[in-house]
Design a protein around this ligand. Structure first.
Ligand code: PLP
Length: 440
């Protein structure tokens, strides 16, 4: 593999989360809809939406045009000034969040949104601790990585960041010896209650949860869990932050994942799908009480590019396209009519599939080397030859899924055609036969 782009990348580009000498990045030269292609013209069906952000697919013409028009009109401006696209984007986001969450602080991505949401919660409550779940990802910056509950935290965990972790519900790998979703829900809430009591409720500023945990395994919470967390927060004056960075803006077949669960958080973090990542954007939606804290007391935080006009224009055009083209409804339909049934059939055919779970265009396949003991096909935090073989076969056949440890996630754009979704699922079906050979 050698081209000028590749050689310059290897000489000068330092990549995220990687051992620099051990990676061979693909050189991608174009993308449209649910496909990307490399410099040799090899096309791949994108079942990953990249890092689960191209919710409207690549190259949506109306969003591209909106960015171009905004670039010609007002390419950039300081965040101290109001600008039309930022005002519109804030209005449209506030319209899609529950009543009472009406103010938006814009950031450049999800981690910054988490940094600011936790800072707001700390200042609002006058407390310092932030509680979050094991098996979660909240971003790569200081507080965001410290609230993260996966191995990416370990190297940066200062043990002084004021973060406390607890276990959320996950019936397939229950920490609570549960046999039903109801037991798992009740016991996970009991565990959270005890953790709060033993940490000291008056020391806890916020609980931050991904509404549906994404990278860590798409564990859709059982009915009643999130309302139970909301009740515990109310009881103890704790701010509830719903992290919708990955699960928001259509991914679960609803505008926001909280729409499935009948809860109203105090703060909502978002990024990714809000403008499908065409220009970096994230933010925090803030409720009245927290906004009021900073009505006459300056909020001590800001960003040079907060509410950048190009990013905001992309968000306005993305939400408009999602509305006009029924993209959220399409994601819901894909989940119930196409992806869900196909994955259920795949689970029947392959011993290496321990569980499938998800909704909308947000699905995980949990792979095991022993269906009885549920031994993962790759260890927690690691990979394995079996996972490598399955992913290699997918790529060979032109499919790019999202993989993490022993899981493959089916997370295509919300706009993928039924035919493309079925084509990708067929490739996955064939590749999983390689996993079956590792059943011990
Ligand atoms: N929160 C969640 C739930 C995420 O999935 C991510 C990224 O994957 C982040 C926060 C961090 O977002 P970013 O990478 O834009 O900083």
């Amino acid at each position: 593999m050698s081209s000028r782009t590749y050689d310059l990348d290897r000489a000068h580009v330092f990549h995220s989360w990687s051992a620099q000498a051990e990676i061979t990045p693909m050189v991608i030269t174009g993308a449209k809809g649910s496909e990307i292609w490399d410099e040799d013209g090899t096309r791949y069906l994108d079942f990953s939406s990249q890092l689960v952000f191209t919710n409207i697919g690549h190259g949506h013409p109306k969003v591209v045009a909106a960015i171009q028009e905004q670039a010609a009109r007002l390419c950039t401006i300081s965040p101290v000034h109001a600008n039309e696209q930022r005002s519109e984007a804030a209005r449209m986001i506030a319209e899609r969040t529950p009543p009472g969450l009406d103010k938006v602080f814009f950031t450049n991505g999800g981690a910054e949104a988490v940094e600011h949401a936790t800072r707001m919660a700390r200042l609002h409550t006058g407390r310092h601790k932030i509680m979050s779940a094991y098996r979660s990802y909240h971003g790569g910056t200081h507080t965001a990585v410290n609230v993260t509950g996966d191995p990416r935290r370990w190297a940066s965990d200062t043990a002084t960041a004021g973060t406390v972790h607890f276990f959320g519900p996950f019936l397939y790998r229950s920490e609570f010896h549960s046999a039903s979703q109801q037991d798992e829900c009740d016991r996970a809430l009991e565990h959270l209650r005890h953790t709060i009591e033993h940490e000291g409720p008056a020391t806890i500023a916020a609980i931050i949860l991904e509404t549906v945990p994404g990278t860590s395994g798409i564990m859709v919470p059982p009915p009643g869990y999130l309302t139970g967390v909301r009740r515990l927060c109310d009881e103890h004056g704790i701010v509830l932050i719903a992290d919708e960075v990955m699960c928001g803006f259509g991914r679960t077949g609803a505008w926001l994942a909280i729409d499935h669960f009948d809860i109203v958080p105090d703060l909502i973090t978002f990024a990714k799908g809000v403008n499908s990542g065409y220009v970096p954007l994230g933010g925090v939606v803030i409720n009245e009480a927290i906004a009021e804290t900073f009505a006459h007391r300056p909020y001590p935080g800001g960003l040079t590019y907060s509410g950048h006009p190009l990013a905001a224009a992309a968000a306005v055009a993305t939400m408009t396209a999602m509305e006009d083209e029924g993209i959220v409804q399409n994601a819901a339909r894909l989940g119930t009519d196409v992806i869900g049934p196909a994955l259920a059939a795949i689970a029947q055919r392959h011993d290496c599939v321990g569980e499938i779970r998800g909704l909308g265009v947000f699905w995980a396949i949990e792979l095991v080397s022993d269906p009885v003991t549920r031994e993962p096909l790759a260890p927690y935090g690691g990979s394995s030859p079996a996972m490598g073989e399955i992913l290699g076969a997918c790529k060979q056949a032109g499919l790019l899924p999202f993989a993490n440890f022993n899981r493959i996630h089916v997370v295509p754009p919300c706009t993928i055609s039924d035919d493309d979704a079925r084509r990708g699922l067929d490739i996955l079906d064939q590749a999983l036969a390689l996993g079956d050979r590792h059943i011990g």
